[in-house]
Write a protein that binds this ligand. Structure first.
Ligand code: HGY
Ligand code: MN
Ligand code: MN
Length: 430
């Protein structure tokens, strides 16, 4: 007799809610600075409109809402007592340039739906449920990622105020134009002692759940990251009259450097990407004098990441010396690897098992997430949703309503498990 293969099955309510969530992801996709493409960056009019739209959905779900001192949107369902601790859930509403419509957004909307469902089923839980829609996870506008969640984690760095966007607008100026007071940034910080932890649902942004033919996965840890802006300063010269042995071609030095990033990272099983490059003066008949590019470097552990960066920096020096081009990296972002808390991972795993998946995949997140910031001050865990073909940071990014429905059931069960554990612990203390 063949083994009965269990197929995870979502509840009817989850399937209905998932259809609404997918439709709302489509609606938010129209909140963009470029019609026809999805681009929603920090402290922009689109950021404000997304907070208004999602804030209304939060209030429809019965949550009390507010915007914090860093522009993050919060929605809260009170706990059973005024001094109840807080379980944070959420993800981000900002995007990369020409983004997909689910990265971040689907996690925020799932968190809102799960809170509404749990309040409907149980009334007030032994802890408050607070959803945070973070305002800048990607770092698209100012280069430094995780600005919104860094403020919530209380790790804001005063030097960030001088960060500039491509128009030369400083973060401080953008704050003030958005109606925020830089002097009050500390008010965005949560009190770590009041937290039960942080749970985030997010599309996987990789192919491993699809390869395992599973809808949901438990994240074990989140990649350690460093980002750099690199300037290659050579010498602009006539494209015709300058012999090769007199050239200091900034573009070719940058191109060699980009290939060195790929070569070294592949050899060392790390992940390095050169995602932007500009060239000056930018004329067909001028040898480029300046090239500016960005490096995104990730690894599972900080030590390995730093060792690989040292090798890349050595390669940059060698290329620069050989070509007579000054290749200078400046670090603009660094986030340590974050390891998910076994206690919360257990709840997420139990949630997935309850949907009918007996052996949930556990995986390391190569993508960064707001959970990296929250992991500095509280326990965190993440629930991944299958992202067919793994394509993300691209308009073709996709997640099925069926998988969102399974994710809703799993996330709700995970929170219920944590509430049960909390009550047991309270009972034990009584
Ligand atoms: O870059 C990342 O890994 C994330 O999507 N912000
Ligand atoms: Mn992203
Ligand atoms: Mn994301």
């Amino acid at each position: 007799m063949s083994a009965v293969v269990q197929v995870p099955l979502a509840s009817d309510r989850a399937r209905a809610a998932a259809d609404t969530i997918v439709a709302r992801c489509d609606e938010l996709a129209d909140v963009t600075e470029t019609p026809g493409r999805i681009t929603r960056v920090y402290l922009s009019p689109e950021h404000a409109r997304a907070n208004e739209t999602v804030g209304a959905w939060m209030r429809d779900a019965g949550l009390r809402t507010w915007q914090d001192a860093a522009g993050n949107l919060h929605g809260c369902a009170a706990g059973a007592t005024p001094d109840a601790p807080v379980l944070l859930l959420g993800s981000h509403l900002d995007t990369v340039v020409d983004a997909g419509r689910y990265d971040g957004v689907v996690g925020v909307l799932m968190a809102v739906e799960v809170v509404a469902r749990l309040v409907q089923d149980h009334g007030a839980l032994p802890f408050a449920l607070e959803v945070i829609a973070f305002s800048d996870e990607e770092g698209t506008r100012f280069g430094k990622a995780l600005l919104g969640s860094s403020a919530v984690a209380g790790v804001w760095d005063e030097s960030w105020w001088d960060l500039q966007d491509t128009h030369g607008t400083t973060l401080r100026s953008a704050f003030e134009s958005f109606g925020l007071d830089p002097g009050r940034i500390a008010e965005a910080a949560v009190a770590p002692a009041s937290l039960v932890g942080y749970l985030e649902a997010h599309i996987e942004q990789g192919p491993y759940l699809e390869q395992a033919d599973q809808a949901l996965g438990v994240v074990t840890s989140i990649a350690s990251a460093r980002r750099f802006t690199v300037q290659a300063v050579g010498e602009a010269r006539h494209a015709g009259g300058t012999p090769y042995d007199r050239r200091h071609d900034a573009l070719l030095a940058a191109a060699e450097a980009a290939l060195a990033v790929e070569r070294i990272c592949r050899a060392e099983q790390h992940i390095g990407t050169v995602g932007t490059m500009t060239v000056e003066p930018g004329a067909v008949n001028v040898v480029p004098g300046l090239a500016t590019f960005a490096v995104d470097l990730r690894g599972q552990f900080d030590e390995g990441r730093d060792r690989v960066w040292d090798a890349v920096a050595d390669a940059f020096r060698e290329i620069g010396e050989r070509r007579g081009v000054d290749v200078t990296p400046t670090e603009v972002h660094r986030a340590p690897a974050v390891f998910c808390a076994p206690r919360l991972m257990h709840a997420v795993r139990a949630g997935i098992v309850a949907t009918g998946e007996p052996a949930p995949l556990e995986l390391f997140s190569r993508a960064g997430h707001d959970a990296m910031s929250l992991g500095l001050v509280t326990d965190v865990a993440m629930l991944f949703l299958r992202n067919p073909d793994g394509i993300s940071h691209h308009p073709d990014e996709f997640v099925s309503a069926a998988d969102v429905a399974l994710g809703l059931d799993a996330l709700a069960t995970a929170v219920e498990r944590l509430a049960d554990e909390h009550l047991l612990a309270d009972g034990a203390d009584a």
